[in-house]
Design a protein around this ligand. Structure first.
Ligand code: CAO
Length: 420
């Protein structure tokens, strides 16, 4: 008996006009869930990231390959008349169009939302833009611009240093996730209405949404100092805006990054340590301060707040005698939440992440094998195999034949017109 393994988005066809990172993250996710993703690229040029940050000459970069798995590539000049006709046919045959061009680029090509609805009323038209409607809606935006404009940079870093961007691509990949959710939600609504709709995810909105605890703190400031910030225990006055909080925890339980054994030589020999109230007695025992359990200066979260600097110094004295893994092994059974600072090298070598498909090794015909991140969202009935990214225009003929029913002659004439 053959078991046919279906995927969640089997039968959904995506017209993928995305480039760089934010849009491609979204369509890659849809591909992992089983959608047929048709990536449209300019003939001879393709997605600019194919050639950016190359590690091997003339081979698609890791930047490109790691964002474009499970897609097919068609080259198509959507500014050429024949190219526009083919593009129009593709809009008719697809369920979703995704793009993250500079504002207005698709309108300039002649494909406004109104036009797309006329061509295919069931089409869901999804875009990432840097900003939503407002004073900056015309701006081009990259990751770090979004991190700055979305509130992340002003609240990241140390109090006495400049604003900092983070290594997580919250503006690009984060917004791509938002867009993917918008698309599947619109597909779900289309089941009832029969109609497509416009989906917009702005990068500023996405970053700000992820910074909600900082907006929370902005409002709390009006009612007094932010007592859980180490700034408070250091008796530094607060200004009128949410300050940079270093490695302080953003939640109700105080936390800090502490040195572990070997920190002098290893830049990642650190642990994140959360002094959770419920685990306080265990913490006191582990660090050799059992008297703090009953001490009126340390016994409750409220009295500890102005002394957090002293508390974490004492904890660090202990963590410095252990490796970050030993800290984890000792604290976990005692319900003390800690986390080792894991490097990219350690993560790429971690067997359990390979077992779950969170990190996968992929074969590429031109670059050999490389590592990439797999689908972070696991569905029990929709397995996500990671398939290598397409070469530029690898599937042009196949798509013209299968999706649009072109024959040899039509393909040859599109080619001689320079449209594909
Ligand atoms: N055929 C013909 N022309 C094509 C084409 C195709 N298949 N695909 C793209 N083009 C054209 C576009 O129509 C556009 O032309 P016009 O400028 O004449 O309208 C042009 O190629 C380039 O588009 P762009 O302005 O989007 O590209 P850019 O490199 O200058 O800007 C970026 C890149 C990312 C800053 C901009 O696209 C942007 O702000 N996007 C929205 C926000 C976003 O997603 N940022 C994330 C970037 S990192 O993930």
């Amino acid at each position: 008996i053959w078991e046919i393994v279906m995927k969640a988005l089997d039968g959904i066809r995506i017209l993928d006009m995305t480039h760089v990172q934010s849009g491609p993250t979204c369509t890659q996710l849809l591909g992992w869930f089983g959608a047929d993703v048709i990536k449209v690229e300019r003939p001879g040029v393709g997605d600019a990231t194919r050639g950016q940050l190359r590690d091997i000459p003339d081979v698609d970069s890791l930047y490109f390959t790691m964002l474009n798995h499970n897609k097919r590539s068609i080259t198509l000049n959507t500014k050429d008349e024949t190219g526009k006709e083919i593009f129009t046919r593709l809009i008719q045959e697809c369920d979703v169009m995704v793009e993250n061009f500079a504002p207005g680029a698709l309108d300039r090509m002649g494909f406004s939302w109104e036009k797309i609805q006329q061509i295919n009323p069931r089409m869901i038209y999804a875009s990432v833009k840097g900003f939503g409607p407002g004073p900056y809606s015309d701006c081009k935006v990259y990751e770090n611009v979004a991190q700055c404009a979305g509130g992340s940079a002003s609240t990241t870093g140390f109090l006495d240093g400049p604003p900092l961007v983070t290594g997580s691509q919250i503006g690009d990949s984060g917004t791509g996730l938002n867009l993917a959710l918008g698309i599947v939600t619109a597909l779900f609504q289309r089941e009832t209405t029969g109609k497509g709709q416009r989906v917009l995810a702005s990068m500023q909105d996405g970053v700000l949404n992820l910074c909600r605890v900082k907006l929370r703190d902005q409002q709390r400031l009006q009612h007094g100092p932010l007592t859980e910030y180490s700034q408070h225990s250091e008796q530094i006055e607060f200004g009128d805006t949410t300050p940079r909080a270093g490695n302080d925890s953003g939640g109700g339980q105080p936390g800090c990054i502490l040195k572990c054994k070997g920190w002098e030589a290893d830049p990642n020999a650190y642990t994140y340590f959360i002094a959770q109230a419920a685990a306080w007695k265990n913490i006191c025992d582990v660090i050799g301060r059992p008297s703090w359990k009953e001490d009126s200066d340390f016994a409750t979260p409220a009295v500890r707040l102005p002394r957090l600097g002293e508390v974490f110094k004492a904890i660090e004295k202990w963590t410095m005698t252990k490796t970050k893994y030993e800290v984890m092994d000792i604290c976990n059974p005692l319900d003390i939440p800690v986390g080792p600072i894991l490097s990219m090298k350690e993560l790429s070598e971690e067997p359990s992440l390979r077992d779950t498909g969170t990190i996968v090794s992929v074969e590429h015909p031109e670059r050999g094998s490389y590592l990439t991140v797999g689908n972070p969202i696991k569905l029990s009935d929709s397995p996500s195999e990671v398939e290598r990214s397409p070469l530029l225009g690898e599937h042009t003929d196949a798509i013209l034949r299968e999706v649009l029913g072109f024959g040899d002659e039509e393909i040859a004439s599109a080619r001689s017109a320079g449209a594909v």
